[in-house]
Design a binder for this molecule. Structure first.
Ligand code: NAD
Length: 366
């Protein structure tokens, strides 16, 4: 059996709990180091999850056995931390979005390519049982030829529960860039690359107030549109209607429907790894519920697929190229909100191969 792949987790905030819980349980990886600009946070997370060492990003990159950096910093730091890791000869898994802008994302992939290293990027929810089962169902012909998609994500915004929510309303975020990757990556695995988009962007309030944690009551400014609705056309001719809003008293998440020539498929929540599928044909008055099958191990699954892919010399599924395309698509949506014109999306990517139903990150790949 090969030695587990050495991993450093950089950025020990909110989401690091899910990653550390899983990555310390997956046999193909071993978390060797926790790093953060806040050294105390890194130490606390290392202690909580039994990681042997903690410290600064520089120290993580000097660790001789770290082969891959899992970058869970805030979006504004994603490209800088990833670039430093590649410069130090490490593969990188980034939280989403890949980079603050398309140029930085492209430069990152180019840097990695030149160095012979891999870039993977969240979300990896599309590797979960829910989306994978939907892919299998569509491939079986159950809804006919897929024609269109409807995505609805709306609510009041994360400042009520996130103790440090400013970054979620800053450049590179907003509901489109924060939540869009889950929905648009899931759709990307079904429809392939997008070709052009048109959108409207709005902002109901110029400032918001932190609702929880030690800084509750602090006001901060909203830099990105907090309401985005868009139309997207895909290279394969499919169309999609999209809504991403933090300006809505009504909470509705996980709404992703695919309509085909024979039936509509209500997908499981693309921000989850599990969930049922629901199918409705033209002659039916009720949904038929179909349970999903496969692993729903959670965040870090994409890191395991990437490690296995590096070892076996095959492409990894949650690729930097797909993440760059989704970033370009979201950037084009954002731009269209200002130009009031259809905006082209030029980048492409290889649609990742579907996972086998028995794929399991908890069982070592030998
Ligand atoms: N919180 C969630 O539910 C959630 C879910 C999915 C994905 N994400 C994504 O995960 C990432 C992190 O989100 P979060 O909620 O954990 O944020 P957070 O603010 O709780 O944590 C980010 C951590 O990164 C550290 N950091 C910032 N810049 C750094 C740098 N240059 N070098 C080293 N450390 C640095 C911060 O000190 C902090 O500890 C974001 O990209 C976010 O979009 C978050």
């Amino acid at each position: 059996m090969p030695e587990p792949f050495g991993v450093a987790v950089v950025g020990c905030g909110n989401i690091s709990n899910q990653y550390l819980k899983n990555l310390t349980a997956f046999p193909d990886v071993r978390v060797l180091f926790c790093a953060d600009i806040d050294a105390e946070r890194a130490k606390a997370q290392a202690a909580a999850y039994g990681v042997p060492a903690a410290g600064s990003v520089e120290q993580a990159l000097e660790h001789p056995d770290v082969q891959l950096v899992v970058n869970l910093t805030i979006p504004a730091a994603h490209a800088e931390v990833a670039s430093a890791a590649i410069a130090a000869g490490r593969h990188v898994w980034n939280e989403k979005p890949l980079a603050p802008d398309v140029a930085a994302g492209r430069a990152l992939l180019e840097q990695a390519r030149a160095a012979g290293l891999r870039v993977g990027c969240a979300p990896d929810t599309m590797l979960g049982a829910g989306i994978q089962s939907a892919r299998r169902l569509i491939a079986s012909g159950a809804i006919g030829t897929p024609l269109s998609a409807l995505i609805l994500f709306q609510g009041q915004g994360p400042e009520s529960w996130h103790p440090d929510p400013e970054f979620l309303f800053a450049r590179g975020a907003g509901p489109l860039f924060d939540m869009g990757p889950y929905y648009l990556s899931a759709l990307a695995t079904l429809f392939g690359p997008a070709a052009r988009v048109a959108a409207i962007g709005r902002k109901a309030r110029g400032t918001r107030v932190i609702g929880s944690g030690p800084r509750a009551g602090t006001e901060f400014s909203v830099e990105m549109p907090s309401y985005v609705s868009a139309l997207a056309e895909y290279d394969g001719g499919q169309a999609a209607s999209l809504l991403f809003s933090w300006d809505s008293p009504l909470h509705r998440a996980g709404f992703l429907e695919i309509t085909g020539t024979e039936a509509t498929l209500a997908m499981p929540d693309p921000n989850r790894f599990d969930g049922d599928l629901r199918v409705r044909r033209a002659d039916e008055r009720e949904w038929t519920v179909i349970g999903s099958a496969g692993a729903a191990a959670g965040r870090g699954s994409g890191v395991v697929d990437m490690v296995r892919a590096i070892r076996r010399g095959r492409p990894h599924r949650a690729s930097g190229e797909m993440a760059l395309h989704v970033l370009e698509l979201m950037t084009a949506i954002d731009r269209s909100g200002r130009t009031a014109a259809f905006e082209p999306v030029e980048s492409g990517f290889e649609v990742p191969a579907a996972l086998a139903e028995d794929w399991d990150p908890y069982v070592a790949d030998v």
